[in-house]
Every structure is written in C-alpha cells, then in structure tokens.
Design a protein around this ligand. Structure first.
Ligand code: GUN
Ligand code: FE
Length: 442
C-alpha cells in the first residue's frame, strides 16, 4: 500500500538542505517520491497543509529500563544517583516490569517524534526490551547492560564475566538485524567503573569479530573519571582506546571531561558521541565540549538519557538545551538551529552507521518521518520564522501529529496505534512490585 502525504513543508535534511513545499509518497517501507504528486486510487492520502514534515528524530542514548523510575531520583549527582536509586531499582526489575518500562518509554518517544533509539538496557530480562521494541514498531539499537565490577549497590547487578558475555552473545544472535533490520544489537558495558578489564577486552574482541556496535558511558562525571584514573592508571578514553573499544561502531554517551589527547582519539578512531544536555545539567555533570567536537568533525548525536535523569524523553527539549547550554560559553552564533536539527537527524543516523537509510527525507530512504503542527499558540506566529529555529526553539513534543517508522504509521491523531491505552495503569502496577523488591526508602 502507498501513503501520500500532501501539501506539507518538507524539511528534507538532504545534501542541499532543501525545504520543499509539496508531497511525499511512501511505498511499503521507503520514500518513493517527493514533489508535486497526483494520488493514485489506492493511495491513503494524508493532508499536511500548514504542517512541517521532518525526518524521524534519532536519540543516540536512552535507558528504556529506567522509564518506570521517572521522578524518583532528583537532586543527586551521578554516583549517588546510581548507587542510591537506579541500581537497586534496576536490580528489582522482573520481565514484566522491564517490558512496561520499555513500552512506556517508547510510547513517549513515538508521541514526541523519535523514531530511532540507541538504548542501554539493564543487566537482566533484556528480551523484554526487544519484545517492546519489536511490537511497538520503533527502530531500536540496544543491548544488555554488562557489569561485573564495582562497590556498594553495583553488586546487585554485577555478574560473572562468562555469564555476561554469553548472554550478550545469545541476545545478539537472537535479535541482531531482526524485524527487517529494524532491531539491532549493541554490546553495552555500563561504564568503566562497572567493568573489569577482562570484560572490556572480551567486548572489544566480540565487537571486532562481529563488527558489532559498542555502546557505553564515558567521562560524564568528575568522580567517575577520578575513579578510572585511580583504578586503571590512565584517563578514561585513553584506557578505552588501549583496550580496543574506540572505533567507528563505538557510541560513547556524554564525553564531558575529555582532554585534548582524548579528543584526538575520538576523532582519529571515528568514535561517535551521544550528547545528553538535560541529563548533564540535572546531574550537575558539566557541559560537554560539543562545539569543539563538531569543529573537529566528530559526530555528535543527541539523547535524553534515562527518564529519572531528565525527566522527559523529549527530543525537542534536548535540541533546545543543546543549543542553549553552549551559547553562554561560545556566543550567540554558536550551535545554530540548523546544526542542532542536523544532530537530531543526520548525525544520529551517522552515529549508528545508517546514514544511507535514515536521517533525511530523500527518495529511496526508509520512510521514518514525522509531521509537526506549528499552529498552537505557543509557536505562533511563525510566518517569518526559519523552520530550523521553529523546530529547536518554538515547537515541543506535543506538536508531533504523526509518526511513521519503516513506512508504518505508529502515531496519528493523538493515538498510538501499537500501544494499548491502559499501559500507564499496567506500568504503575509493575512499579509497585519493583519498589517493594528494591528495598529502598524513597
Ligand atoms: N553511567 C553509568 N550508568 C549510567 C546511567 O544509567 N545513566 C547515566 N546518565 N550515566 C551512567
Ligand atoms: Fe545514560
């Protein structure tokens, strides 16, 4: 079946960054044509008059397993945030609670125009996150969180190396490139303080052998960096590089406290950075040197991180924050809106090596796209607004009217078509069980 979207303003993000007033035809999972098109009899026609069409937004770092813990870890810095709240809560997940947590996150993401995510899972029950991704229709790259080391409540999640590696490998074989390639597997060691050197070396070997993604956190917080230097005798990114974990399939979340040598490694090795500005401010982690990264040609994507570090999963908030956080440091012309939209689309696609498939509205690419309504009071007037500025500064997640992934409509007219309406109620029940099992006082 073909779907014809008529009379929209297409913010294409193609090579020329063309903005086209016209139509877009989707056939099966791909964009078939763009321009002034005549509907065929069998086409479903969607009227996008007065609305913006944008490539689906790509979040390069989230934790679906934490959506259930939204609002439960405020005013803490990273290591306390993990130790006092997140690790005990993650450790108390059962398969059903993880499924609800993942689906709740995906529901919010699809409603807010995010069509692709890179997800760091939790240690146990990872299949449940893949089930949620498969059913919901979102494009998903993720994997089981690997942890075998660390003090205090890290012990609630730490596993034996063999168990962690074998289960990761089994999950890779079960899920990688399934659902017509919509689901992909990434090896996800949590961060250096949670992983022994042996585990990290095994991940490096696997990612080289399988040409697989590696997703981890790096240099987010000063105490984390200090811990790594004390334990491993060198700076975090130098250490990851020494172990063979810096390459073009590596996605590093945060990279805030990074020196010149480490920046050189990121550039040299083609490592991709996932920037999460709201989380970085909320956990008082710092300001990532994104202006430098972009100047050097390092690919930087955006992400909301986990719900309790934000506490929303809105890419519109991340775009806005990514722009605003740099301006006091680098001046008003730094991080222009177009560059931010590039981060949210093209750079996201590059981060996961899918730049030929997604990230722009171009004929032959996958039909991952969103329609935005700019006519609510909070974004009016916009007659003279530049479309990139509108997206970054005026619009919000609630202005997304339509979300399509792989040619399938997943959100339309306020309705999520792949998620049941009673999800929030079921999720609350799961949360009660998890909190009772976590043994923490909130
Ligand atoms: N570093 C290690 N684990 C985490 C996590 O769950 N969230 C964030 N923001 N940083 C981390
Ligand atoms: Fe994170």
């Amino acid at each position: 079946m073909a779907i014809l979207i008529k009379n929209g303003t297409l913010v294409t993000m193609n090579q020329e960054r063309e903005i086209i007033k016209g139509d877009l035809l989707v056939e099966n999972d791909r964009i078939q044509s763009i321009g002034k098109l005549i509907p065929a009899q069998e086409d479903e026609v969607i009227d996008a008059e007065g609305q913006l069409l944008l490539p689906g937004l790509i979040q390069t770092h989230v934790h679906l397993c934490q959506t259930l813990f939204r609002g439960m870890a405020n005013d803490l810095e990273l290591l306390d945030w993990l130790n006092l709240r997140i690790w005990p809560l993650e450790a108390a997940h059962d398969e059903e609670s993880l499924y609800h947590s993942a689906l709740l996150g995906i529901a919010e993401l699809l409603q807010g125009g995010t069509t692709t995510i890179v997800d760091m899972g939790t240690v146990r029950h990872t299949d449940a996150a893949f089930y949620a991704a498969r059913e919901s229709g979102i494009r998903y790259i993720g994997g089981k969180c690997m942890m075998d080391h660390g003090e205090n409540n890290a012990g609630l999640l730490a596993e034996e190396i063999d168990q962690s590696v074998q289960e990761s490998l089994d999950l890779y074989r079960r899920w990688h490139e399934t659902a017509q390639g919509r689901l992909r597997y990434a090896f996800c060691p949590r961060f250096v303080p949670s992983c022994s050197e042996t585990l990290l070396r095994e991940v490096a070997a696997l990612s080289s052998e399988l040409q697989a993604y590696v997703h981890t956190h790096a240099s987010e917080n000063r105490s984390e960096c200090q811990l790594v230097e004390e334990e491993r005798g060198m700076r975090n990114i130098v250490y990851l590089d020494k172990l063979g974990l810096c390459h073009e399939r590596t996605i590093l979340a945060h990279c805030i406290h990074v020196d010149r040598e480490e920046m050189g490694i990121l550039k040299e090795r083609g490592v991709h950075v996932a920037h999460c500005p709201s989380c970085n401010m909320k956990l008082s982690s710092g300001i990532a040197p994104v202006v430098d990264y972009l100047q050097q040609g390092i690919t930087v994507g955006l992400g909301a991180d986990g719900a309790p570090a934000n506490d929303n999963l809105s890419m519109f908030q991340e775009m806005r924050m990514a722009a605003l956080i740099q301006k006091p440091l680098h001046g008003p012309t730094s991080m222009p809106a177009r560059q931010i939209v590039e981060m949210a689309t093209l750079n996201g696609a590059r981060t996961i090596g899918l730049q030929d498939e997604i990230g722009s509205l171009e004929v032959g690419k996958k039909a991952d796209l969103v329609i935005l309504n700019p006519n609510e009071y909070h974004s009016c007037p916009h007659q003279y607004s530049d479309p990139y500025g509108m997206i970054v500064y005026q619009l919000a997640a609630g202005d997304v009217k339509f979300t399509m992934v792989d040619g399938k409509i997943l959100f339309q007219d306020g309705q999520l078509l792949t998620v049941d309406n009673d999800l929030a109620v079921r999720a609350e029940k799961s949360l009660q069980r998890v909190v009772a099992g976590a043994g923490i006082t909130l």
